[in-house]
Write a protein that binds this ligand. Structure first.
Ligand code: COA
Length: 279
């Protein structure tokens, strides 16, 4: 189906109760990532990153797909026809927004509503948390059309899956559903499509109640320490907490005060009341 879509229309975004619902928006092409979509996604992320009225970003897809991966026509065939310069530019644009998303200021959640293939594993891994519909379909389909899982997809497979599952998934070109994706660790949870948005909203609301400076430091720490020795990680975590204190030293003091002095909550059982924190 050929629908004329402007670059701006390749991504949709609505903000409601501090949750930004960002969607791949080329349902007629199963949300395949074209250069236009990649450029627009970067703009949308730029716009959302420091907005006061946004605390969590959810990435989802319009229609039956989350994303069917890279657009074989517009991302591969047409850019390759323009030579190496065009290919490298298209790579910078896609890898660029995935990297931006990996280190995004706000917590991010992938809400995988349908097809998720190949290049889609880049943004899937970039999101801090991921929830899938049982009915969703995941696949490293690259081998089926004659390439290796590039653009980070192989790396995502070994980061998230066991060695054996990663190898099987990449070599066999067989798909798995949301339930198996959850069992394999590709997503946090899988649940019926009809309950997916409600569950993701619940998770987002919980995140909105946490200290945002601590959340950013935490999500970066979890990504960074994976590649560090224990001693390096220990040192990094001390430095990062001290750096975080320079942005927000009142938060943790308030957290201690409400527990130790007011006795209004227990950190082991819930979150301190952010609204009582002095600016
Ligand atoms: N690149 C380019 N176009 C794509 C695409 C992709 N990755 N995925 C889907 N499309 C296009 C189809 O060519 C079709 O276009 P048309 O209407 O102009 O013919 C349209 O989107 C609808 O796709 P269709 O295959 O008819 O939908 P479906 O619901 O029957 O099947 C998929 C959905 C996802 C199984 C199937 O489209 C597919 O296999 N896509 C490729 C997935 C893939 O290998 N991605 C990895 C890329 S790295």
């Amino acid at each position: 189906m050929n629908i004329e879509r402007t670059e701006e229309q390749t991504v949709s975004c609505t903000v409601e109760n501090r949750i930004a619902w960002v969607k791949f928006n080329r349902p007629e092409k199963r949300n395949a990532m074209s250069p236009q979509l990649n450029r627009q996604m970067m703009r949308v992320l730029d716009e959302l990153e420091f907005r006061e009225d946004v605390g969590v970003v959810v990435l989802s897809g319009e229609g039956s797909a989350w994303t069917a991966g890279m657009d074989l026509k517009e991302y591969f065939r047409e850019t390759e026809a323009t030579g190496l310069e065009g290919t490298r530019k298209a790579q910078r644009e896609s890898y660029g927004w995935w990297r931006r998303l990996r280190w995004f200021q706000k917590p991010t959640i992938a809400m995988v509503n349908g097809w998720c293939f190949g290049g889609g594993y880049g943004p899937l891994f970039a999101c801090d948390l991921a929830f899938a519909a049982d009915e969703a379909t995941f696949g490293l389909s690259e081998i089926n059309w004659g390439i290796l899982p590039g653009g980070g997809a192989s790396k995502v497979a070994v980061e998230l899956l066991s060695f054996r599952n990663a190898m099987y998934h990449a070599m066999m070109g067989e798909n798995i559903d949301g339930r198996t994706a959850a069992q394999w660790g590709l997503v946090n949870e899988s649940l019926p499509l009809e309950s997916l948005q409600e569950r993701v909203t619940q998770v987002a609301q919980t995140l909105l109640q946490k200290n945002p400076i601590a959340l950013k430091a935490t999500k970066d720490a979890i990504r960074r320490v994976r590649e560090m020795t224990y001693d390096n990680a220990e040192d990094y975590l001390v430095r990062v907490q001290e750096a975080a204190n320079s942005f927000d030293n009142e938060g943790r003091k308030e957290g201690m005060r409400q527990f130790l002095d007011d006795k209004t909550y227990k950190p082991g059982l819930g979150t301190y009341d952010l609204s009582k924190q002095k600016a």
